[in-house]
Design a protein around this ligand. Sequence first.
Ligand code: HEM
Length: 308
Amino acid sequence: MSNKGGARIVVDDDDEHVSPTDLSELLADGTKESHDRAENCSFVKDFLRGRIKRELFKRGTAALYFVYTVMEEEMEKNKDHPHVAPIYFPVELHRSEALARDLEYFYGDDWENQISLSAGTKPYVDRIREVGQKDPVLLVAHSYTRYMGDLSGGQILKKVAQRALKLPSTGEGVNFYQFEGIHSHRGFKQLYRSRMNELDLDMETKLRIVEESNRAFGFNMMVFSELEEIGKSIQEEVQEPGLGHSHAEVMQGGDINKCPYYAAKMAAGGNPTYALQLATTLVRYPPCQVLLAAWVALLAGFTAWYIF
Ligand code: HEM
């Protein structure tokens, strides 16, 4: 099924029917470690804190332009492939035009002559081209890794960039983060997950997609590392830390309730709701159940010793 032309998209609000063998579940579980690594690399953490140099932001935008251009070209070429068609959403998702507008804002009319494919981005671009030509089912992994991530944290990253780089509030320079064709990010992600789950794939192929997604995370890390290195040689004022965003704020609208670290932090701050949430999280976690039982036994022992 193709979605070209922005046909009306109906989002099924019921996401309860997931099975551990669903591709969306395998991907979420199978890329968790990669995601943690990506979230914790210095470049991403600095960005979140609002510590981003304009020159690096421009170069990052250029890197994304090359990545999305090849990804969207390959998606377009394979749009009738049975494993690509259901997740082909050009109107809602495609980013290369938005990135071109951002680059025009930063570099001017001559932007195309001023940017080039960096050494750290090239392997990523080459790999997407290769899978598009030889193994199109793996395009699922590449589009999942980027678009689902963009839909998860984009709004916050947009605000961070606008504040740190003093960009106009009207959106110039950050078109990439603005999905004009999507009203509910959460709803759209649900739809995307259900489309991935409907793909007719055997287990081996699903696992190959998970592996490819981990590769895609690795390529993203290469781009971040390269930017971080370049950043070291750029003399430029960055905004004082403190004006950026915390992990917790980015998690909002995402899966904040599932983050035990956040709950622990809030409980320590004396918030009873989060203390309850932390307790619930711990009680559900089997090793914690054992610890809890040991605690209760110990407490009962002490009480008995004290009373008698
Ligand atoms: C500080 C950096 C980051 C933070 C705080 C963050 C946060 C989040 C959150 C809260 C979600 C869950 C959204 C939900 O359940 O609806 C999510 C999902 C996701 N993120 Fe990130 N993210 C970060 C960096 C990245 C990077 C660098 C990538 C890849 C290039 C990425 C790719 C993804 C993907 C693919 C998902 C979808 C997971 C799924 O539901 O299957 N994220 N992220």
